[in-house]
Design a protein around this ligand. Structure first.
Ligand code: MLC
Ligand code: AMP
Length: 474
């Protein structure tokens, strides 16, 4: 999967701050680790560090599935992921203080120092074998593990390489987390597969982006919240504007980039930001092509090998036109199902192999896809993270002061959407927002915490007793 790792060369592969690894050094470090990995799944404590890159490269060389863990996950979420995926080993940076939920899991510390001498481990691995199990939120219940094959990853990266003319000459700059497909598949596997270099910023900051792009960086990947923060910083920082203008390509994805941010960035840098549309289960579906005139608000056309259609409420394909329908996709980019959840997998697919994305879109006469919303009010996209209302409601309901709970998303200029909690108190003591936010952050993850709280006498319900979320507007 990574040709320059299995036949290593002395070219830069990774950079995190001053920590740099060439392909030869990465091949050595990863092969040393890969040599005695177990055959089953390995969990990776996916900090934004070279250790994560060495760990995932080792697992790819050995052909074992990786379960990336969000190091900010709370106890309940971690316990769920580990109970569901049953990894045989956890790979973590040296000296990591691991939470209680992982007690009992054997741990191996990852040595990310350059090793130019260990020969590369070269092993035949079936292309249908699972490379990644990525946990993603659904409308109800705890997150599901999406099984992502090597075939899907390679099909996706080949298509992006074509759409963006992405080659071994590119140096990709980003500060994305490494436990979701955006940062991991596009952001780490992408450069390593294509033979280019990744310069990871450790943490997203406009200042770090400036330094990355002033150096050898050619490509920038980010979620809209990151571009929103860059748009807010460019006017006062001409050096940042120059650095962005000097990049070959700026790509945004994981959520919609609002028009004003497109406009501010173009005005300050002369560059347009290219949007692409993807999903954990499908990897990338569409993108604006490099040679396409600017089309802010559109996510482009289907990538090579991706069939995309819109269907109406009754599930039948819509004729071409401006009608809104649900996006369904088919192709080599699709996942192989949800771990341990055959019913959820069957529900997500049509009988003839189309994946139901739950995203609503239009397609214009030129074939450009425009996303206009989601089918479910129970999925929230905040900072580019997908968050299921149900998992948060379950945490809120465990608070003794909460009798009923509903969670919704509302527009937020920075995060796209923010999580809002609506509760009916039991009458003992009404909890404050901070208390509920801390609970959610500790049990699930900080990005899932509610940022606003409404206390009601009753939740609006229909005759069947179902909560009417669309009626929950402040
Ligand atoms: C706040 N914090 C708390 C807390 N309140 N921690 C514990 N308890 C509480 N009560 C902490 C947070 O952990 C964080 O710490 C800090 O306060 C601020 O948190 P934040 O406001 O939530 O976010 P921020 O740090 O501002 O990050 C914004 C962001 C981030 C854009 C950098 O949201 C991000 O990295 N998003 C990327 C998501 C992504 O990769 N999605 C791709 C999914 S794949 P600290 O220490 O961190 O500062 C996909 C498919 C596709 O969608 O198409 O790509
Ligand atoms: P996830 O499940 O975290 O992989 O998130 C996938 C979802 O993110 C998709 O179903 C879309 O709703 C959303 N998404 C991804 N890219 C874009 C984009 N460019 N514009 C709007 N929404 C997007």
């Amino acid at each position: 999967m990574f040709p320059l790792v299995t036949a290593p060369v002395d070219r830069p592969a990774l950079r995190f701050g001053d920590h740099r690894l060439t392909y030869r050094e990465l091949a050595g470090s990863a092969s040393r680790l890969a040599a005695d990995l177990p055959e089953g799944r390995v969990a990776v404590w996916a900090t934004p560090s070279p250790h994560t890159c060495v760990a995932v490269t080792a697992a790819v060389l050995a052909g074992v599935p990786i379960v990336p863990l969000n190091p900010r996950s709370g106890e309940r979420e971690l316990r769920h992921v580990v109970d569901d995926s049953r990894p045989e080993l956890l790979l973590a940076p040296p000296g990591t203080a691991l939470p209680e939920a992982l007690a009992g899991l054997p741990v191996r510390e990852v040595d990310a120092s350059p090793d130019p001498t260990t020969p590369p481990l070269v092993r035949e691995v079936d292309s249908e074998s699972i490379a990644l199990v990525v946990y993603t939120s659904g409308t109800t219940g705890p997150p599901k593990g999406a099984l992502i094959s090597r075939r899907a990853i390679l099909a996706g990266l080949d298509a992006l390489a074509h759409a963006w003319e992405w080659t071994e000459r590119d140096v990709l700059v980003h500060g994305l987390p490494l436990f979701h497909v955006h940062g991991l598949v596009l952001g780490v596997f992408g450069p390593l597969y294509l033979g280019g270099c990744l310069h990871h910023l450790g943490r997203f900051e406009p200042e770090a982006v400036r330094r990355g792009l002033e150096g050898e960086g050619t490509l920038l990947f980010g979620v809209p919240t990151m571009y929103h923060r860059l748009a807010g910083a460019v006017d006062a920082d001409p050096a940042l504007a120059r650095a962005l203008a000097g990049a070959r390509l700026l790509v945004s994805g994981s959520a919609a980039l609002p028009l004003p941010d497109h406009e501010r960035l173009t005005a300050a840098t002369g560059h347009r930001v290219v949007e692409r549309y993807g999903m954990t289960e499908t990897l990338m579906n569409t993108s604006v092509r490099l040679d396409h005139p600017p089309c802010p608000g559109a996510v482009g056309t289907p990538l090579d090998g991706v069939d995309l259609r819109l269907v109406g409420d009754d599930g039948s394909p819509l004729p071409e036109g401006e009608e809104v329908g649900e996006v369904q996709v088919r192709g080599a980019n699709l996942f192989s199902g949800y771990l341990n959840r055959p019913e959820a997998t069957a529900e997500a697919m049509t009988e003839d192999g189309w994946f139901r994305t739950g995203d609503m879109a239009t397609i214009d006469a030129e074939g450009l896809v425009r996303l206009v919303g989601r089918k479910s009010t129970d999925l929230i996209k905040s900072g580019g993270y997908k968050i299921g209302a149900g998992e948060i409601e379950n945490v809120l309901l465990a608070h003794p002061g909460v009798a009923e709970a509903a969670v919704t998303g509302e527009p937020d200029p920075d995060l796209g959407e923010r999580v809002v909690a609506w509760i009916v108190p039991t009458g003992t003591r009404t909890p404050a927002l901070e208390e509920l936010a801390d609970m959610v952050a500790a049990q699930l993850a900080p990005h899932k915490r509610p940022r606003r709280l409404h206390v009601l006498d009753a939740l609006p319900r229909n005759d069947m007793g179902k909560i009417l979320k669309r009626a929950l507007v402040p």
